[in-house]
Design a protein around this ligand. Structure first.
Ligand code: IPE
Ligand code: IPE
Ligand code: MG
Length: 243
């Protein structure tokens, strides 16, 4: 049964793209082939988000904890990310997509940063979908970065301690100026955030599907959007009809 629509389309959708390794293992293939197949799913999803008129999409591509994986897998993921962006940037630009890296830049090497800066610069004026790629991203590291930035500003007398607000914190997050995600989708069935958007997720709707990321397609995405449309968002309030 289709749920009654309470919400429209989410403005910002965030996705934890999980399950690449399992997708490969189930086919007796090496894990890296799952990651390669995952890129295909990402391309589909970016296009579908644009087509549906979603304003922003944030995708979790590599976490600060993913560095602890075997070196060959980490190296493969870094290389895959670079090759994918080099190959796709022109087309994404033509489609009006604005790309932004959401993650810790300080610990990334020059070569990777050059690719990101290039992609961000070329697409900066685009008016279509904003694509935040959460790469070398960790929610706790992001909050630490905000705390350090603000502490430095206070120490240097640039802002007063009392002037720190939720808004000043939000303004320094890696995803800014994108508003908090309305909907967070996780593929691969795990019911956890895995350090994703800890601050931003305060009132996001959470949708988990068992579909593994390489298999996630337009129909699966649409199912998540329809499910979101039927959710009642309360933000801690008592709704008028219940008073
Ligand atoms: C998600 O898939 C991709 C990244 C974390 C980079 P996984 O590699 O975590 O796949 P599973 O969860 O082991 O199946
Ligand atoms: C979350 O998936 C990170 C990405 C999808 C990039 P993980 O596979 O790293 O998360 P855990 O280890 O299952 O919590
Ligand atoms: Mg995983």
């Amino acid at each position: 049964m289709k749920k009654k629509a309470l919400n429209g389309l989410p403005t910002h959708v965030a996705i934890i793209m999980d399950g690449n390794g399992r997708w490969a293992s189930r086919r007796a293939l090496p894990r890296f082939l799952g990651h390669r197949q995952g890129v295909k799913a990402l391309k589909k999803v970016v296009r579908y988000a644009s087509k549906r008129g979603i304003s922003a999409l944030t995708v979790y591509a590599f976490s600060t904890e993913n560095w602890t994986r075997p070196k060959e897998e980490v190296d493969f993921l870094l290389d895959l990310m670079q090759k994918t962006f080099v190959a796709e940037i022109e087309e994404l630009h033509r489609e009006g997509v604005r790309i932004q890296l959401a993650g810790d830049r300080a610990s990334l090497n020059e070569e990777i940063l050059k690719i990101w800066h290039g992609a961000e610069e070329i697409t900066a004026q685009n008016q279509g979908l904003t694509l935040n790629v959460a790469f070398n991203y960790g929610g706790r590291q992001e909050i630490l970065h905000v705390v350090q930035t603000l502490a430095k500003q206070v120490a240097q007398g640039e802002i007063a301690l009392d002037a720190i607000s939720e808004q000043t914190i939000a303004n320094l997050l890696y995803t800014q100026p994108t508003p908090d995600p309305d909907l967070i989708i996780r593929t691969g069935g795990e019911m956890r955030l895995s350090n994703f958007l800890l601050w931003q997720a305060a009132y996001s709707e959470f949708y988990v599907t068992d579909v593994l990321w390489p298999d996630f397609d337009e129909d699966d995405f649409e199912r998540a959007l329809q499910d979101y449309a039927g959710r009642e968002r309360r933000f801690g309030q008592v709704l008028a009809k219940e008073q």
